[in-house]
Design a binder for this molecule. Structure first.
Ligand SMILES: [Zn+2]
Length: 151
């Protein structure tokens, strides 16, 4: 195992163990559930929107280490970011796991690259993507919903 693999493994483990983003969010504007039956992962994602910015995101549920680590990373990555940036991060994360090629994240999000190794285990890709797909769906639904004041 290379030093890089070791480092990535540690980042994933730290994110898995972290309780920082775990729990329901009282002021959640949006919430959405996601499941990955092939592994048994189930989670619920909570997002508090402030205009076009995600003020805070949390998750709750039961999942494997990859699923929970990825959800924790997601909450860190999107909290405090505006929706256009969030969509960009989402696109990059999915591309990293589904399209191959090198991961390309801004420096402050470089931890997300730790998930790239999951690509070698196709059955785990869904675990890593569960929270991200859930977020994507949630944001799309929110976009389609009539905005207050709109005709
Ligand atoms: Zn899983």
């Amino acid at each position: 195992m290379t030093i890089e693999d070791e480092l990535y493994r540690e980042i994933i483990l730290d994110n898995y163990k972290s309780k920082k983003n775990r729990g329901t969010l009282e002021n959640a504007t949006l919430k959405s559930e996601g499941a990955n039956p092939s592994c048994g992962d189930e989670l619920e994602l909570f997002v508090e929107l402030d205009g076009k910015t995600i003020k805070r995101a949390t998750y709750e549920g039961a999942g494997c280490s990859i699923c929970c680590a990825s959800a924790n990373m997601l909450c860190d990555a999107v909290s405090g970011r505006d929706l256009d940036e969030v969509r960009d991060v989402l696109r990059r994360f999915k591309a990293m796991l589904l399209e191959g090629g090198d991961a390309d994240f801004p420096d402050e999000l470089s931890d997300l690259e730790a998930m790239e190794g999951v690509k070698q285990y196709p059955v785990r890709i869904k675990c890593a993507l569960l929270s991200w797909s859930t977020l994507e769906l949630m944001l799309r639904k929110n976009e389609d919903a009539p905005q207050p004041g709109a005709q």
